[in-house]
Design a binder for this molecule. Structure first.
Ligand SMILES: Cc1cc2nc3c(=O)[nH]c(=O)nc-3n(C[C@H](O)[C@H](O)[C@H](O)COP(=O)(O)O)c2cc1C
Length: 194
């Protein structure tokens, strides 16, 4: 089968989705939805590369606090995650009117999401401004919490992965389950929240 040149993009290269948790000035939690997320390794340990585009409340709070959480989006969390991804915090002061079960980070002062199967507590080590309003945050993973049942090695890993039910962004602005089910277009699942 021939390959053809196409527009620059990453369709067919699925990305996991994360809700970034930050603390606002008054201590209340704030969440935004993100997919430009990858990993790196350094002598200090495993790190995360998080790219945040234009200015937004999540970026304001990451810059101010130097720490945030990244919570894996699972299928039950998708409606809320999509709502957080389509609501611009700077102009929607009541964005956090709907909240998940918020937990306190174990190592860093960050809000995490109890319903999320995997939460990272992240400390920003370096910020790379790309010069066009986009910034890449290089962060050290200071703590990982994971749903207890996912650590049961008596259950095959693939089965536990299905139980975690992470939501993927595989391309063309769609959401998909880890076993390939279509879960809607960006902006659709969150309509049940508004
Ligand atoms: C599926 C999805 C993935 C997103 N991924 C990113 C991302 O990786 N980087 C980014 O800057 N914005 C991303 N966004 C947009 C932010 O979620 C959006 O700007 C949101 O308003 C951020 O919350 P805040 O305004 O409260 O900070 C994504 C949105 C959706 C729907």
């Amino acid at each position: 089968m021939a390959k053809v040149k196409t527009r620059i993009g990453n369709d067919f290269c699925p990305q996991a989705l994360f809700l970034y948790g930050t603390r606002q000035e008054d201590g209340k939690p704030h969440f935004g939805l993100f997919c430009w997320f990858g990993y790196y390794h350094s002598a200090e340990g495993l790190g995360v590369m998080a790219c945040i585009g234009e200015e937004k409340q999540t970026k304001d709070l990451i810059r101010k606090n130097g720490v945030f959480s990244a919570n894996l989006v699972s299928e039950p969390l998708l409606p809320l995650a999509d709502y957080y991804g389509c609501t611009y915090g700077r102009t929607a002061p009541d964005k956090m009117k709907v909240l998940p079960t918020v937990a306190q980070g174990e190592v860093l002062d960050v809000p995490t999401i109890a319903e999320s199967p995997v939460s990272f507590e992240l400390e920003v080590k370096q910020t790379l401004p790309m010069g066009d309003g986009s910034d890449i945050f290089l962060c050290l993973i200071r703590n990982v919490t994971i749903e207890e049942k996912l650590l049961d090695k008596m259950v095959p890993f693939t089965e536990r992965l299905m139980q975690a039910a992470p939501v993927l962004a595989p391309g063309e602005d769609t959401y998909s389950s880890i076993d390939g089910r279509y879960l809607g277009k960006w902006g659709e699942p969150g309509n049940t929240i508004k």
